[in-house]
Design a protein around this ligand. Sequence first.
Ligand code: AMP
Length: 502
Amino acid sequence: MKLIETIKHYAQTQPDALAFVNDDKTLSYSELWSQSERLASRLQKETVGDRSPIIVYGHMQPEMAVSFLACVKAGHPYVPVDVSIPADRVMKIIKSSKAELLLNNSGTDLDTGDALISVIKPEHLDAGEQLETNPDNWVKDGETFYIIYTSGSTGNPKGVQISADNLQSFANWVTEDFPVENGHVFLNQAPFSFDLSVMDLYPCLQAGGTLWTVTKDMINRPKILFEALKQSNVNVWTSTPSFAQMCLMDPSFSEELLPGLRVFMFCGETLPASVARQLKERFPKARVFNTYGPTEATVAVTSIEVTDDILERYSSLPVGSAKPDTDIVIVNEDGEPVQEGEKGEIIITGKSVSKGYLGEKELTEKVFFSYNGEAAYRTGDAGYKENGLLFFQGRLDFQIKLHGYRIELEEIEYQINRSKYVQSAVVIPFYREEKIEYLIAMIVPAEHDFEKEYQLTSAIKKDLGSTLPAYMIPRKFVYQKEIPMTANGKIDRKRLKEEVTI
Ligand code: AMP
């Protein structure tokens, strides 16, 4: 695979160049290559099933990059799992992926309960024998390179399989069609369990650049983040628009802080025109790109440079046009293509489309299909095309984005409803200026002995904490006698949304 060969080439031609920086820990290209060779050789000796997935658990440690590369060199896809994911959910991922091996880079122990899984930590590896892996055995072509788990409406996360071909097509697009230069320093904001991280990790390695990682401690303590950014020399900024918006709240977020910044790449949620405008003012030498795509189509499939002209013409920014080997079709409810300018569901076809959800035939057949001989994915996103540009118009279902995180409201409802303190529940996003600010759980409680509502809330939150990551737990809990229904007996979400929107 070109991506892996290219990393090998850099390990030989620029061995001391840094591939990865995390706080004071660094990894050069030669270290990335040799450590992943050693780990891959060890993985090949373990009795893991042929091509079976390997869980890679941790946060932003350099060992994460070593582990990813080692898995695919040993012929196995990897499943990145961030430390912010609670143990219960990790167990679900282990069971759903049928992984037999977990690489724990987190520095802490992980309770894997009754799962039949062996755990390897970095300190288990001896520095001894260095074997060379055989490129014939590396993950290649249509074989799965990674599996990323996203929120699922049935209450369980679902694993999107991305092949070596999917990923290579994406990495080529970013390195060839964006102003990314060899040796650039890329900012990595998203944990590796979200596919936004793929937008910086692999294009960075393919360009012989340095991945500069933001940890969750930095995000929680902006003063430390800004001090670190000052030393970062970041050239390519990849993040959610929400993260950039948070940084813009600090007046020092400007060219003076990051004089080398040349490219902003956004994906995952609506990029407000005001954010793009402010970035262009504060970083006059940088170009801003809006991109669009779901995990199921390998990070992003459309892009547009947000120029002054675009900002002048559109108050809601377009998400651009499709990458060369991929197409966008807008269809009506019968699956027929609509006229230019007409709204419908966004369908993605071509090289970026995943082969489906791991082990989930039914779910896969619902949204993946073949369109004019090409692999196709029904996004569930609404949109329209005008003058060759795609415009995103929200969702057709209950999937939302909160601070950049993809969430199925039905998954949260499923988990709340499992609590013994709950009779029924519905989760409603609270909107301010068309952006979701937080989630509200509207609950009809079951019988309980708590005197005060806050005690009930903390008991339900405790239940949720063991199954859902923190970003999925509603901020506000409202108790009601009943949940309003529409005339045909469905939860009246529209009315609830209107009640809580300002
Ligand atoms: P994820 O799989 O986490 O990348 O989430 C994919 C979903 O995020 C898409 O289906 C859209 O609903 C939303 N999304 C991605 N990019 C954009 C964008 N540029 N503007 C608006 N929404 C976006």
